[in-house]
Design a binder for this molecule. Sequence first.
Ligand code: ATP
Length: 448
Amino acid sequence: MISIHIGVDDVDSIHGGCTTHFAAKLAFELKKRGFSFIDYLNLVRLNPAVPFKTRGNGAVALRLAVESESEYYVVWELAKHMLNEYISELKDPKHQPVIAVFRGSVGERVQKLAVKAMSDIVTLDLALKAVEKEGVEFYSPKSELRGLIGALAAIGYTMQNTDYTFELIAYRVREYWGKPRLVDAESVIRVDKVFKDKLLLNYDYESNRVLITPRGPDPVLLGLRGEEPGVLIEAFKLLVIHEPVEYIAIYRTNQHTDSHLKRLNSICDAHPYMCVSVVGVVKTKPERLRGGHVFFELCDSACCITVAAYEPTKSFRDVVEKLEPGDLIEACGCIRPPGPGHGPTLNLEKLRVIELARVFRYENPRCPVCGARMESAGRDKGYRCKKCSFRDPNARKVAVPVRREIKPGWYQPPYSAFKHLMKPIERFGREKKFFNGQVEYDVVVKLA
Ligand code: ATP
């Protein structure tokens, strides 16, 4: 048996294509020819801050076992042929699709590249070096090769000993691309209530928004996310859908695992386009500025960075505004590059209050004779009591500790502001530690 890993990326187009859709179609053809999958389709989300992504920076890996070299060539030739066919229907000057294939156990170099591609920028040179050293084959219908980075990263992020979740994606038939998605919202709420925390991010009750249906002209009808594939299939059956579904495919994925957050020892190591978690002390009182964005400065002993809770994070901004200078926090998010009028800015995704600073309000002292609140007797002249005329030239304002409206712990935005990789606090402690290699459900099924 030879295990083969096929990675693919950048197949999407503004006219309606999508890398996962291509992968599902390829998986279906492979299944039809009797090939067996050694894993669910892997949907690997990469650095959400890369400037050249179209939507969610997703790449896909298909992992299967073949019995001989000749079977390997059948698979590889079919994959290349199908990519050419798919691309020819979606003429788009922007995308740089690449499909890559690797035989055997995925090497450390490709695994490391995958980890870097999640939280940082990977150069094409680095990807080409890995291809050469590890013996990866690749094919691109175009001369530009940027898709190789994602294709390799998908191969390299095997999720054997790291956390993962699942997504069931349902695809639309071609005639429906670009039309409103006919998924009954009530049924989404019902499914959410029935399966509770076995599913992830289906509905946002703060904004009353269905989250399983994307916008735009792509072929995805809906994506149900959750902890186990069997539950996703059950949940899908309960949805009320008023249009035909072409395929459903099941993906094992790093979505909602925070795999993009690189823990840094110092804020000095944070640079643009990196996704990080840093610990620091709040330096300035958070301030809501034009556009409704909230900003503050966060510092450690050597460096500072601006942190922003942007307007789409809605009620999360109210939490951030409760921070005070001196609070010790952990801030998670990706770094926006500097622009006119601002430096590099950490786009806050999640926040942990580690230790609250003691905050004081300063009040006029009380009169020691009658107990009334005294008033200032003039600059440097102490205080006097208006009620009984007592004067104390040495009296000073009294520091009164303020009750803080925020407690130590984790805080996050509402689900409608979540990006694919962000791990909800509700998943803390539920992280998976390994994959048992069993593919219990069909990775793809054709329905229409
Ligand atoms: P879709 O979800 O439809 O596939 P997308 O949002 O995933 O679209 P792509 O069109 O795939 O976006 O574009 C992402 C491009 O960025 C790919 O060419 C990919 O190889 C590249 N890329 C992904 N991550 C990195 C990274 N960390 N560093 C450099 N390039 C990257």
